[in-house]
Design a protein around this ligand. Structure first.
Ligand code: DX5
Ligand code: ZN
Length: 226
């Protein structure tokens, strides 16, 4: 398993200072930036489009991790690839054509991710393991930041981690929702190696850099040995 990555979610950032906030978390040690794209349809909230992804791309050299919470994501892969995403994750629940969407992401030379909501059977990830570079186990119902980590996520992460390791795959295991200095190490111990955190980073006392430092510290002291 590779070193654990922290991916601050810009959903919780001060958007009036987007570039500054992106730089602050990267300077503090985050190597990915997570961009939550919501369409007000697949999820009951509306956020960023490709123009914001482009602004993030131009503000940083970090890995730009685009989480598409939109219906029919296959229609939007090119737009987010053109905007400078490094990886694009689509939801299995959002399209009957997830395979086509994942193929489109890889055809653009980007990392392809498949996400599942908390009550979606994990079999969709199992079926897709050879076609993805990242499996995203949602630890909240998507749509909003600041929700509590669902305890059921531990077992789900363990199951997917076992599949990835048994097949020796080069596939990241990401967890998203309610990650903080307590739940982060718990999810990492269950097998997650990419942790998304919004509120715990940008809402941290002392600011975003302090939030990153606190999470990285918690992960370095509490994560299972590699
Ligand atoms: C939820 C989003 C998350 C969200 C996480 O729909 O996919 O990325 O920003 O926020 P926190 O860390 O506050 O739960
Ligand atoms: Zn997300």
């Amino acid at each position: 398993m590779r070193p654990t990555v922290l991916a601050p979610s810009l959903l919780a950032a001060d958007l009036g200072r987007l570039a500054e906030q992106a730089s602050a978390v990267v300077d503090a040690g985050a190597t990915w930036l997570h961009v939550d794209v919501m369409d007000g349809h697949f999820v009951p909230n509306l956020t960023f489009g490709p123009a914001v992804v482009r602004a993030v791309r131009e503000a940083t050299r970090a890995y730009v991790d685009v989480h598409l919470m939109i219906a029919s994501p296959e229609r939007w892969v090119d737009a987010y690839a053109d905007a400078g995403a490094d990886g694009i994750t689509v939801h299995a629940e959002a399209t009957p054509h997830a395979h086509r969407a994942l193929r489109a992401v890889r055809d653009r030379g980007l990392k392809a991710g498949l996400a599942l909501n908390p009550l979606t059977p994990l079999s969709a990830i199992e079926a897709a393991l050879d076609e993805i570079d990242l499996a995203l186990v949602m630890s909240v119902d998507p749509g909003f930041g600041g929700q509590a980590y669902l305890a059921r996520s531990d077992a789900r992460l363990r199951t997917v981690r076992a599949w990835i390791d048994a097949r020796g795959l080069d596939c990241r295991l990401q967890v998203d929702g309610g990650i903080d200095p307590v739940t982060g190490p718990r999810a990492a111990a269950a097998g997650a190696d990419v942790l998304v955190a919004g509120t715990a980073v940008f809402g941290a006392p002392g600011g975003a850099a302090a939030g990153v430092a606190r999470l990285l510290q918690a992960l370095s002291t509490n994560t299972r040995p590699m």
